[in-house]
Design a protein around this ligand. Structure first.
Ligand code: PMP
Length: 440
């Protein structure tokens, strides 16, 4: 069926992801274009982007440097097979990625999404232990409320109930650490005080199964999709200490926290804890072209680089791993972050952002406010008997008033582009305040 790009006459064919399709199609919200901090809707409205798309457009929208790099690359080398062949652009991007990664993380394996980065990291963990003669290490440990994408490994180690329970038994041999979303930490600015001891649950799991059965622990250093849950002070270091003690790999899922969101290139630098692997995507290309990367330690990489030289070391990869156009987008994105000092900018704006967010303490329905870097959450008391509805209504009303926020459960989450100005913060928080004042 022919489609007018601005007024599609039939929305039925597209089964939309993570969307209430029937409701959406009755009253669609369609975006036509974007520039810097704003979206423009098909019905001609300007909407301030409070979410950097979906936690990914960290440099803002339609940045000429990135779009031009893509145009140039696609006209020059559109595609190159990634197996037993290469092209310079992907190598260049890998170098630049490891340049901004923590010390000791010095190789990049390319994927096309956060979900694929997670699957790749889990598989590398299993293969790593086998390569070292410890093939009994097959168990994977995630955390309650964790989000690691939607593929089978990711939903198995993930801990968001709705994302798991439609899909049967999932991977065997997975355990979950308890989450750290504790009521006693409500309204903490930045990292909360309580909960570091919850990392010790890992010792309990180790005691239960034996360290020799455990391959890896995967956590988001800051849980994004569950509603911005910050690590309690000392928590990540404890996980690091316990994993190291037992020869277990530690994977940080930095799909959201990577590329400046917390005010450093990665959360691992922000929190001063270096994992063995980091999964990334989203901000890697400013969200413009699908791409992810797993960043791994030299120790892991070197473990695979043994055996005859003509042999493939890791039987894993994707048709689009290190795609030239995506790689060019990645390079232009990293250059933009550096030239505009956007990671530093996130750190500079963070105190203003924090004050603005916490000014909503005391607003109607608000039971918690959380923040770090340029990410924040406002947790609402659910409507009795109708969980998620109150926050979703806030999202709808905010959109009508010209701001884009996100909700997960009864939590409003925000992660604006790092180019945000103070007046945008005022508009975002002011509009949310207005919405909350009248919300049922
Ligand atoms: N891991 C984390 C921490 C994420 O936040 C996300 C996406 N929000 C993913 C993995 C999955 O990424 P993608 O949607 O690109 O597959």
């Amino acid at each position: 069926m022919a489609l007018d790009r601005n007024t599609p006459n039939d929305l039925n064919a597209f089964w939309m992801p993570f969307t209430a399709n029937r409701q959406f199609k009755k009253a669609p919200r369609l975006l036509a274009s974007a520039k810097d901090m704003h979206y423009f809707t098909t019905d001609g409205r300007q909407v301030l982007d409070g979410t950097a798309g979906l936690w990914c457009c960290n440099a803002g929208h339609c940045r000429p440097k990135i779009t031009e790099a893509i145009q140039k690359q696609v006209a020059e080398l559109d595609y190159a097979p990634p197996f037993q062949m290469g092209h310079p652009v992907a190598f260049e991007l890998a170098n630049r990625l490891v340049d901004i990664a923590p010390e000791g993380i010095d190789h990049a394996f390319f994927t096309n999404s956060g979900s694929e980065s997670v699957e790749t990291a889990l598989k590398i963990a299993l293969a790593y232990h086998r390569a070292r003669g410890e093939g009994t290490r097959t168990r994977l440990i995630g955390r309650e409320k964790g989000y690691h994408g939607v593929n089978f490994g990711g939903i198995s180690v993930g801990g968001l109930v709705n994302n798991r329970r439609m899909f049967g038994t999932l991977l065997a041999g997975v355990d979950h650490l308890p989450h750290t979303h504790l009521p006693e930490n409500a309204f903490t600015r930045g990292q909360p005080e309580h909960g570091a001891n919850l990392a010790d649950e890992l010792e309990r799991i180790v005691a239960l199964h034996g360290a020799e059965t455990i391959a890896a622990v995967i956590v988001e250093p800051m849980s994004g999709s569950a509603g911005v849950i910050l690590p309690p002070k000392g928590y990540l270091q404890r996980l690091r200490d316990i994993t190291k003690k037992h020869g277990i790999l530690l994977i940080f899922d930095e799909v959201i926290t990577g590329f400046g969101r917390l005010g450093s290139a990665f959360a691992s630098q922000h929190y001063g804890v270096t994992p063995d692997m980091m999964t990334t995507a989203k901000g890697l290309t400013n969200g413009v072209i699908p791409m992810g990367a797993v960043l791994v330690s030299g120790e892991i990489y070197d473990t695979f680089m043994t055996g005859p030289e003509h042999m493939i070391e890791l039987f894993h990869g994707y048709t689009y791993s290190g795609n030239p156009v995506a790689s060019a987008a990645g390079i232009a994105t990293l250059e933009t972050y550096r030239e505009e000092a956007l990671f530093e900018r996130a750190a500079e704006m963070a105190p203003y952002w924090e004050d603005a967010l916490h000014s909503l303490k005391g607003a109607r329905h608000v039971i918690d406010v959380r923040n770090t870097g340029l990410v924040g959450a406002i947790e609402l008391e659910p409507l009795p008997g109708e969980p998620t509805k109150r926050a979703f209504n806030a999202f709808l009303q905010a959109y009508e008033k010209g701001i884009l926020i996100r909700t997960t459960g009864d939590i409003i989450a925000m992660s604006p582009p790092l180019i945000i100005e103070k007046e945008h913060i005022d508009q975002l928080i002011g509009t949310i305040g207005e919405v909350l004042a009248t919300l049922d």
